[in-house]
Design a protein around this ligand. Structure first.
Ligand SMILES: Nc1ncnc2c1ncn2[C@@H]1O[C@H](COP(=O)(O)OP(=O)(O)OP(=O)(O)O)[C@@H](O)[C@H]1O
Ligand SMILES: N[C@@H](CCO)C(=O)O
Length: 319
C-alpha cells in the first residue's frame, strides 16, 4: 500500500478549508501505486484524490505536470487536473510534503486487458500525443536513456542479491540498447512515459481516465507507445506475451499517428530500452525500500523476461 506520509485528520481538515470542496467526511489510504502517497477523500460536496509527492517527484517539476494536465483537460482528454484553492493555487504543502487535491475520475484499472480495451487505450495515447502538439513547456526525461547507466552503476553488484546473474544480464542488454539507440532521429513531444494498465481507468471498453503523469517529460514520442507495449502485452510476471493485445495497442495508436517504416524498425530497441528502465527502477526500489513504508515492491525480473522477448524479436528480424 503506497502511503509513505501519514496525514492527520486535523491537518487534512485545515488543508481542505482552503478550498470550496465542503467538509471532510472520510479519508482512506489507497492501496495501489508505489511512488506517491494517495488518499481517497470524501467531503460533503464530492470525492477527490489527495496526493502527497514523495522522493521521486521533485517539487520543481509539479508546475510542468499540472500545466500538462490542465492543457489535456482543456482539450477534452479524460485526465485529472488539480483542484484550485480559493486563491487559484494548485500546489500546496501538507505534512511537510508538496501536495495536490485532484479531480476524482471514475473507472477501474485492469489487470488483464483484452484486445478491445488495448485498442481503446492505444487510441487514447494517440489522442493525447495529438493534443500536446501545441503544448510548449518541456521537461527532460529523468528516467531516460542517459540515466540508465548511472542507475545501473549505483545498483552495482547488489543486483545479484535479487537474482544470480542479473548484473551481467543488465550490463549486456544496456550495452546493446545504447549501441542501437537512434534518439536524435525520432519525433519528440510531451509523453506520459509510464502508461501502464494501472494508470488507465476504464469503464467496460472505454477509457475513462489517464492518470499518474508524474514521469511525464519531453522525449521520443513513439517511446511512449513502446513503454505501453511492454506494460500491457504480458502477464504480470512477464512470462507470456499476448500478441493480440500488443497489435491492438499499436492499431489504436495508429488511428492518430501511423508508424513510419523507421519507427517500426526501431520499435523493439525502444521496447528493450523501456524494459531496462523498469527493470532498473524496480531493482533500485527492491534494494532500497524504506523499512516503514506500506508498499508492495514490484518485481524487476518480470521486466527481464519481457526484455528477452524483445531481444528475441530483434534477432528474428536480423536473420
Ligand atoms: N484522479 C484519480 N481518480 C480516481 N482514482 C485515482 C486518481 N488518481 C489516482 N487514483 C487511484 O490511486 C491509485 C494510485 O495512484 P497513482 O497511480 O497516481 O499512484 P502512484 O503511487 O504514483 O503509482 P505508480 O506506482 O503507478 O507510479 C490508482 O491506481 C487509482 O486507483
Ligand atoms: N509503472 C512502474 C512504476 C513507476 O515507475 C512499474 O510498474 O515499475
Amino acid at each position: 500500500m503506497a502511503v509513505y506520509t501519514h496525514v492527520s485528520a486535523e491537518a487534512l481538515a485545515a488543508f481542505l478549508a482552503r478550498y470550496d470542496v465542503g467538509e471532510l467526511i472520510s479519508a482512506k489510504g489507497i492501496a495501489e501505486g508505489v511512488e506517491n502517497s494517495n488518499y481517497l477523500v470524501d467531503t460533503t460536496l464530492g470525492r477527490f484524490i489527495l496526493t502527497l509527492y514523495e522522493k521521486r517527484v521533485a517539487a520543481d517539476d509539479l508546475p510542468f505536470f499540472m500545466a500538462l494536465l490542465d492543457h489535456l483537460d482543456a482539450k477534452g482528454l479524460p485526465v485529472p487536473p488539480a483542484i484550485k484553492d480559493r486563491e487559484g493555487r494548485e500546489i500546496q504543502e501538507l505534512e511537510g510534503r508538496p501536495a495536490c487535491l485532484i479531480k476524482f475520475l471514475p473507472g477501474v484499472s485492469l489487470s488483464h486487458p483484452t484486445p478491445a480495451q488495448a485498442l481503446a487505450a492505444g487510441d487514447a495515447m494517440g489522442a493525447m500525443h495529438r493534443a500536446v502538439a501545441d503544448f510548449t513547456p518541456t521537461r527532460p526525461n529523468t528516467m531516460g536513456i542517459d540515466t540508465w547507466r548511472p542507475l545501473f552503476e549505483r545498483c552495482g553488484r547488489s543486483l545479484d542479491d535479487i537474482a544470480a546473474g542479473l548484473h551481467d544480464d543488465l550490463a549486456s542488454a544496456l550495452e546493446a540498447v545504447e549501441a542501437n539507440w537512434c534518439g536524435a532521429d525520432f519525433d519528440r513531444s510531451a509523453i506520459h512515459a509510464d502508461l501502464f494498465p494501472d494508470n488507465v481507468l476504464m469503464r467496460s471498453d472505454q477509457v475513462s481516465g489517464l492518470i499518474d503523469f508524474y514521469f511525464a517529460c519531453t522525449d521520443i514520442r513513439v517511446y511512449d507507445l513502446a513503454v505501453m507495449h511492454t506494460a500491457w502485452s504480458f502477464d504480470a510476471k512477464g512470462e507470456n506475451f499476448d500478441a493480440k493485445v500488443g497489435e491492438a495497442l499499436i492499431a489504436g495508436y495508429e488511428r492518430h499517428f501511423p508508424l513510419s517504416a523507421f519507427e517500426r524498425a526501431q520499435f523493439n530497441t525502444l521496447a528493450s530500452g523501456a524494459c531496462i528502465r523498469f527493470a532498473l527502477s524496480r531493482a533500485w526500489d527492491w534494494l532500497n525500500k524504506p523499512a516503514d513504508a506500506l508498499v508492495v515492491r514490484k518485481d524487476p525480473l518480470a521486466y527481464m523476461r519481457r526484455l528477452k522477448h524483445y531481444d528475441a524479436e530483434l534477432v528474428k528480424r536480423s536473420v
